[in-house]
Design a protein around this ligand. Structure first.
Ligand SMILES: Cc1cc2nc3c(=O)[nH]c(=O)nc-3n(C[C@H](O)[C@H](O)[C@H](O)COP(=O)(O)O)c2cc1C
Length: 200
């Protein structure tokens, strides 16, 4: 456990109407209540006000205002958990938009994943995201939580059917996130992260 709680942002990546994301996110937030390492804040792609096309020189003012408001909240974060479904063997465009609108906010910070989907449980989405976050100088933690055939894993009230397996997986992921979060928070405070690259 850390002395000062880490500021954890839970990013909810899908934004389509009727999405399953709130069920998975609710479960994660309940798990996080048992983890004293984190102060938790939620950023939801469905409410973020960003367009799915990503940064554009012709972006409208409301989008820019939305970016500004989000940027400060993400800058303050020490760690992130990305809640993502799998769309067509990858992750949703709404999540890519949230990622691409930010740069320094990710640097030298750890990212954990809770994924869900059909057969793959969103694992292919997570593996794609690892490549994106490496480009952004973030560190993705090894263990993830994945809900395969997600709609069968929760009952009609949205309660998880297996209360042990996913909780164990969440604990492993969150323990790793807390270790990296604490370590990198200290490191960032001691010396600025060197993010310059030799090329794109
Ligand atoms: C456009 C689209 C593509 C999908 N592609 C996949 C896929 O490639 N693999 C998979 O396991 N599930 C796939 N699914 C199932 C979703 O992962 C599942 O419906 C999930 O609940 C979607 O997240 P959401 O409800 O939060 O939008 C797809 C669903 C949609 C809407």
């Amino acid at each position: 456990m850390t002395d000062t709680p880490l500021r954890l942002v839970v990013l909810i990546g899908s934004h389509r109407e009727g999405r399953f994301a709130p069920t998975v996110a609710r479960w994660l937030l309940a798990e996080l209540e048992q983890h004293a390492d984190f102060d938790v804040e939620v950023i939801d792609a469905a409410q973020a006000g960003l367009n799915a096309e990503g940064p554009s020189p012709t972006a409208s003012l409301p989008v820019l205002e939305a970016v500004g408001a989000l940027a400060a909240r993400m800058e303050a974060a020490d760690a992130f958990v990305v809640v993502t479904p799998e769309y067509n063997h990858s992750y949703p465009a709404s999540l890519k938009s949230l990622i691409d609108w930010h740069r320094t906010q990710w640097q030298a910070k750890p990212i954990g994943f809770v994924s869900y989907g059909g057969m793959s449980g969103g694992l292919r989405a997570v593996e794609h995201l690892r490549q994106i976050f490496a480009e952004l100088h973030a560190v993705t933690v090894r263990d993830t939580v994945s809900f395969h055939q997600a709609w069968e894993r929760f009952d009609e009230q949205g309660e998880v059917r297996d209360t042990e397996g996913p909780a164990l997986a969440a604990k492993a992921m969150l323990d790793q996130l807390a270790w990296w979060g604490t370590t990198l928070r200290t490191a960032r405070a001691e010396r600025p992260y060197v993010a310059q690259s030799t090329g794109v």
